[in-house]
Design a protein around this ligand. Sequence first.
Ligand code: NAD
Length: 333
Amino acid sequence: MVTGAAGFIGSRLALHLAQTGHIVHACDWADDSGCTPLDADPNSTASRLRAARMAAVRQAPGVHWQKLDVANSNELLDWMGRVRPERVIHLAAQAGVRHSMQAPQDFVASNLVGFANVLWACHRHQVARLLYASSSSVYGMRSEAPFEEADRTDRPQSFYAATKQANEAMAFSFHAQYGLQSLGMRFFTVYGPWGRPDMAPYLFAQAIRRQQPVTLFAGGELMRDFTYVDDTVAAVIALARQEARWQGAAVVNVGHQRPIRVIDFVQVLSDLLQTSPLIEHAPMQTADVALTCASESRLLSWVDVWPDTPLQEGLGQFVRWLEGWDPLGNRQA
Ligand SMILES: NC(=O)c1ccc[n+]([C@@H]2O[C@H](COP(=O)([O-])OP(=O)(O)OC[C@H]3O[C@@H](n4cnc5c(N)ncnc54)[C@H](O)[C@@H]3O)[C@@H](O)[C@H]2O)c1
């Protein structure tokens, strides 16, 4: 079972699972036009992307689709009771650090109520293992690198990070109370084809292509450990396969310990687009952190192999996809 399957990572994961012969029960709260209760405009880039990703997932053999809001406990219990999944991979959430600065309330239903409902449904239906998306943002503002899973995570810099930290605490309590085995996967800035339009790679690429200014915070000196989406999906699948290696309420970083300055990231992107960027500087946002850098030791000790797509290659895939998705016609994507 995969939640958030119209999303960037969830759709890629559901497609990969289906293409490798699994039966996938996929859900999302988006409707056929990609609209959600928080984004009712079918012409928004985010809606059009969700609709296109969802259409691809629903066409794949072995996929059973359910429109579902995880914040609705009864519907979720009912669906899980009918499906009786072996494993649940819960990716549905409201994502985005900057969005959580503008509208923290948008995160409560999906990330807190929804997460509690997923835990409860897994317990009630005796799901053996739950894997769920946490985030590098739980590490907060710090300069010591790399980030180790045992490091403190009680100083969230954004409300989004607070919800992910809360998820890890809630999962811990469900293990203590009921013995639920769970794994919080701390994803590190995932990028690639079908990526989110609110994230830096998409925003930067579109600005460069349209010869509009690229806004760089803090002089472009912020550092991010970017992870290619197929590497992320490969890690999720490998962790699901190697479930005997993680016990209790575990957490693991899914990042390559290879951070790059955002200004250098923009340079790689503009080289691939063969267009010089127009840079506009802005002060650092309060919800932002200066650095993300995953220690990958725990992940590598739990999975035997993990692909490490070079940034140049991953961004090349992203650029090729973007040029096909939005050939810079009349429509603003
Ligand atoms: N992309 C990243 O860099 C990144 C980094 C760290 C963590 N994460 C986490 O990974 C997960 C997937 O991220 P993504 O980038 O694919 O985001 P996304 O926004 O593309 O996908 C999330 C999906 O969840 C769905 N959703 C939201 N609330 C829901 C609800 N109440 N019921 C059902 N569906 C709901 C959305 O419609 C969307 O399709 C999220 O939990 C996110 O917080 C992502």
